[in-house]
Design a protein around this ligand. Structure first.
Ligand SMILES: [Mg+2]
Length: 263
């Protein structure tokens, strides 16, 4: 009996940047693939290491590009971090983050003086002398460091720039404290996605991503099969390491075509 990929999986977790869209535009075939999955009754989760966006703004941004996604299907690194703090019953935190991602922390008490957690997300130009020294002092005074994503550099906006993980490492070095990282490839964000999918068997879930170091490695650690798309920030040398995806496709369109092809 022949089978196709659609027979193997009940749910699909998508990375956003470099998989569904890149530099402001949806990839050809991405919207159609989401439609195919909906018709088949598959569950979807959108998993992004974005910290600046909230679930609401991320879903709205995808819909504006023709990708039909509901807010409840989106897991951002900022949302997963807020979920972590709620799960640990955090007494207070001090949030270093710009953008709408701050919405996810609305119900968490902020304490600028003696927070239990110092929570580091993307501060853009706010990653300055004042802010980083303030963070340093709060950590030395006893706050625990939670860093939303481990990535140290990012080129998704066109130019290479330092990002959250680099500032997190700086604070780790300066204080000797080990941070907790939430975003891909950490387990925390995958746990949030699996919880929202409500899937019991994680072998029936496939993670679709363009980055081996975050999407594919994270899926492997979480026990989820993975499909790499050679798009976005993918480079061939990323496949030279130990971490290998279960499937490789040249584009999301090629995955869409393979999804229902019997072999
Ligand atoms: Mg990506």
């Amino acid at each position: 009996m022949s089978i196709c990929l659609a027979d193997l999986f009940d749910a699909v977790i998508f990375d956003v940047d470099g998989v569904l869209e890149y530099q402001g535009r949806a990839y050809p075939g991405a919207g159609e693939f989401l439609d195919v999955l909906r018709r088949q009754g598959k569950k979807l989760s959108i998993l992004t290491n974005s910290t600046l966006k909230s679930r609401r703004t991320c879903a709205a941004g995808l819909r504006a590009k023709g990708l039909e996604v509901g807010e409840a299907e989106v897991i951002t690194a900022s949302f997963a971090t807020a979920q972590y703090l709620r799960a640990t019953k955090a007494r207070s935190c001090w949030l270093m983050l710009q953008g709408e991602g701050r919405e996810e922390f609305r119900d968490l008490p902020q304490d600028p003086e003696h927070p239990e957690f110092l929570v580091l997300g993307d501060c853009r130009e706010g990653f300055g002398f004042e802010q980083m020294n303030r963070a340093l002092r709060l950590l030395v005074a006893g706050a625990r460091l939670v860093v939303m994503i481990p990535e140290r550099t990012d080129s998704s906006l066109g130019q290479l720039e330092l990002t959250v993980g680099a500032y997190g490492r700086m604070l780790e070095e300066a204080t000797g404290q080990r941070a907790l990282y939430v975003g891909k490839p950490s387990r925390g964000i995958f746990a949030a996605a699996l919880q929202s999918l409500g899937v019991r068997n994680r072998r029936r879930v496939v993670m679709v991503g363009d980055k081996v170091a975050t999407d594919i490695l994270g899926a492997r650690r979480a026990g989820i099969p993975s499909a790499l798309i050679r798009s976005g920030e993918f480079r061939e040398d990323h496949l030279m390491g130990k971490t290998q995806p279960d499937y490789v496709f040249d584009s999301i369109r090629q995955l869409k075509e393979a999804w229902t092809t019997r072999f």
